[in-house]
Design a protein around this ligand. Sequence first.
Ligand code: ATP
Length: 600
Amino acid sequence: MHRLASLIRPNSGEDTRVDWRRLARHIRPYAGYILIALVAMVLATVMGLIYPLVTGDLIDSLLEPNSLDLLNQTTLLLLLVFLLRTVLGLIQSYALGYVGEHITFNLRLQLYERLQQLSLSFFEQRRVGELVSRLSSDVTMLRSILTSNLSSLLEQLLTLGGALLVMLSLNWRLSLFILVLAPVVAVTGRVFGMWLRRYSRIIQDELASSTIVAEEVFQNIRVVKSFTREPYESQRYRGANTKALRAAIRLLQIRSVFSPLISFLGLASIGAFLWFGGQEVIAGRLGIGDLVTFMIYGQLIVGSIGGLVGLYASLQQGLGGTKRVFDLIDETPQVQDASTAIPLPPVEGHITFENVSFHYATGDEVLHGINLEITPGEVLALVGPSGAGKSTIFNLIPRFYDPTSGRVCIDGIDLRTVQQESLRAQIGIVPQETLLFGGTIEENIRYGRLDAAPEEVIDAARAANAHQFITALPDGYDTIVGERGVKLSGGQRQRIAIARTILKDPRILLLDEATSSLDSESEQAIQEALTRLLVGRTTIMIAHRLSTVRIAHRIAVLDAGRIVEAGTHDELMEHNGLYAKLYALQFRETLAPNGATVAS
Ligand code: ATP
């Protein structure tokens, strides 16, 4: 039994325990629709149970003399039963579908909103594809549980119970005979079907991995050709396909043997039924019409038992999806507003790090006892080797993370005591790499302040040195960008990010300078735009380029999570420490023919 369960359960290791009360809460608002669907379902099932009886009568009527009238009446009744059943089925499936679609819609929104609220640490541990699949396929599975699975469970049980009752009242011997025969036929057929499906899935997976090999090769065709690795790649492709071939042959063997066996089993069971039923007729315990009635009921029962076995598998699958959705909805954001959190009043921009240490959820401490003060309007450049902790310092200011110990304050207010929204409203971030949203350029700039007037958008673009290239595009500000639109260069995207931030007009600015090389014209346009952006704001910038460090009033040098020196460029050069070393390195690289970037 255990082996059977593991065969029909798709993910046998998965915990599928679900809070049913919680599921019920999602259905409750649609109780009216559910009731209609249930009534329709019960009536339709009753109609389904009546029709074998009527058919039996129809057969019997043929045996009577002068039976034409009776035949006409019974046929009419049969048609009426079919018609009613069709209408009821229609009502049931519409009502259930309506509820299902609404539940999916509500849950998807609820899940999406929850996901957005979660902290950055959560997103670092999950893959985007996985989250998207929760939003799409898992939510859909939940719908199928709440609607089709549960209703079909009820329908099959009703059919099974009803058919048995009627059969027992007609002839208990034949009923018992069918009761022994039907499960054997139904379960064998079902289990075989699932077996086949499982093998087909393996074949699909094997084929998918061979497709990945092909994709990889076509994408890297230059590399393959330059190393003349065609024979090697052919070998790899052959290996992946051989596995698919083996699985396909195995499937073929199973199918060739079992398909005829299953159909033989079906036919043999009909033979057995006729043999046993025929004896009952001969013995005068059963009419011919009743024999036909039994035959139809037998089929109904086989269908119901098979349906129930199949339902077990799809219920398990659906419950797995449902649990994953609920688990996500129950995630709590790591960074949360305290219950006593106040809105941060408009700030002057005095930032202090007081003995701040920090480690990410995974890994060792990356900041050790940082003390740093940035006065209002000051421009501080953070420099240091890769992995020193520059981005981590950035992350603590908008509270993407909270310090493990120590505190970060703005205007003397501990950030942990303020509402995140009011804090982030006063901080502008220009990231290293700007990704644009699908939509127009104007919409992308307006992201900085949704209620900005069109002239304000244009002014911001002008200040960001972006107006010129935007107006040179065929559709100007209405040009569609993003995945399906025009591809902008890194420098152009960065200027759009700057325009966005100018529009937001934050008091505090976090600037992560692009590391990728830009052509000198872009470079100059961006420098100009940045200089305009910085005016009157407290700015912390991660500086990778020599020229940017020069805009800063002060430089803090970070090494392995500690601030090792701070001061102006001249002071630091005189100090002849890490900065002077990095500077010398940058200088060398800048002089080198391909060295636009500097060490970071
Ligand atoms: P770079 O100039 O290369 O961007 P950085 O100075 O900005 O480096 P951080 O990104 O702050 O350095 O990283 C500091 C340390 O923290 C590194 O050792 C890095 O591996 C680690 N780290 C960064 N992000 C995470 C994370 N999400 N989870 C765990 N460790 C992290």
